[in-house]
Design a protein around this ligand. Structure first.
Ligand code: GLA
Length: 394
């Protein structure tokens, strides 16, 4: 379903549930990161793109004249066939169902800015795979923030909006994430990757509208539980390395500096820092190669990124490695330029840069070989770079 079909679908579901058409429809996309992994919380560069998978909300103020209906936001999740009711007359707190915490966190963020939250009835759907490393939570957070903008008529700066959504993730979902996911969901531009400097928060568009190539997203359909704890551990290891190197963040360290300080840190911390320093450099280079349509070079940087995430940063898993091995076996002659795990790791998705004409053959081959190697069915789809959060109806 494209975005307008999806919006029409959510509007119809809203109509069914609440017996009238919605007044507002808003959407925010998930993302895939082409390169620059575990660099955002080290003040480095990332190169994500928004994908054609969205969280979409249709909403209106409550129809009922009863005062009690004006003290809540009610959200009906179409997929789960489950509702959340959030009291907006007091500071919004964590609650159930669990998915409502992404929404609650954003509402709390608006309250902290002094914004009164309007009572709303909402229908929600998300086509971003859950737990697939494609930022379904950031899509939901940014979508919520966009709904509040639409309903109050007060737009906030998109960078502030991304930061508000990131705070929601930290405080209401307990994930100490960087800024990449919320940023691209809020600021993505159709046809472009976004080179984001996570220190200055400056962005540069990197056009990706060459129809001869595509980005293929391969969902391994596994999610290893150790993910969230390990994420925080990696962050701490990076901070430890920066401290030993006497820099504010690993963004300020060079490979030379690290090599000289090798004896001062544990072997593990050394490898973590080596990944981050190398990955920041690869990301800037990849942006240049993509701008110049040097697909083979860009693809090689993706493979190098994967090897570094697997061996030095240790956030890959056998299933992700299997996808990348299959991609390497297909090679440039079979239409694959490069492939790597994307997102936090420990499962989720890999992303492959492929020749557009070979997409069908590559999809079949990866699906078959992945099934043989792991016994698991992968879900594979391609996406063009999509636009960031939008108000579809206001
Ligand atoms: C998760 C986080 C991001 C980023 C990536 C790894 O997606 O939410 O902030 O750190 O992992 O690059």
């Amino acid at each position: 379903m494209n975005l307008s079909e999806l919006a029409a679908h959510v509007a119809a579901e809203f109509q069914n549930k609440y017996n009238r058409p919605p007044r507002w429809i808003v959407a925010a996309p998930g993302r895939v990161n082409v390169i620059g992994e575990h660099t955002d919380y080290n003040d480095g560069f990332v190169l994500p793109m928004a994908i054609e998978r969205y969280a979409v909300m249709a909403a209106d103020v409550p129809a009922s004249q009863f005062a009690s209906s004006f003290s809540h936001i009610s959200i009906y999740d179409i997929h789960f066939d489950e509702s959340a009711t959030i009291d907006i007359t007091a500071p919004v707190t964590k609650g159930l169902p669990k998915w409502s915490n992404y929404i609650r966190g954003v509402l709390a963020g608006f309250q902290n800015r002094g914004q009164k939250i309007p009572a709303l009835e909402v229908a929600l759907i998300s086509t971003v795979p859950l737990g697939g490393g494609l930022s379904s939570s950031a899509a939901l957070e940014v979508c919520t923030a966009t709904l509040i903008e639409a309903a109050t008529g007060k737009k906030i700066d998109p960078i502030e909006k991304a930061l508000l959504a990131q705070t929601a993730e930290h405080e209401f979902a307990g994930v100490p994430c960087g800024i990449m996911d919320q940023f691209i969901s809020a600021l993505g531009r159709e046809g472009n990757l976004l080179l984001l400097d996570c220190r200055s928060r400056k962005t540069e568009l990197v056009p990706m509208n060459d129809l001869s190539v595509e980005l293929l997203i391969v969902n391994t359909n596994v999610k290893h539980e150790l993910g969230s704890g390990e994420y925080a551990k990696r962050r701490a290891e990076c901070e430890g390395a920066a401290k030993i190197l006497g820099v504010n963040s690993l963004r300020d360290a060079t490979a030379d500096q690290l090599e000289k300080a090798k004896e001062k840190m544990s072997e593990v911390v050394f490898r973590r820092a080596r990944h981050v320093i190398g990955e920041i450099e690869r990301t800037v280079r990849a942006a240049k190669e993509i701008r110049a349509s040097n697909w083979t070079n860009a693809g090689e940087l993706m493979y190098a990124s994967h090897a570094s995430l697997r061996d030095d940063y240790e956030v890959s898993c056998p299933e992700l490695d299997a996808v990348v091995e299959i991609a390497e076996e297909i090679g440039v002659t079979g239409g694959v330029y490069g492939c790597r795990m994307t997102g936090g790791g420990f499962g989720g998705c890999a992303v492959a840069l492929v020749k557009a004409g070979d997409v069908d053959a590559i999809t079949k081959k990866i699906a078959a070989d992945y099934k043989t190697k792991t016994g698991i069915e992968a879900t594979i789809f391609s996406s063009r770079p999509a636009a960031g959060a939008t108000i579809i109806k206001s």
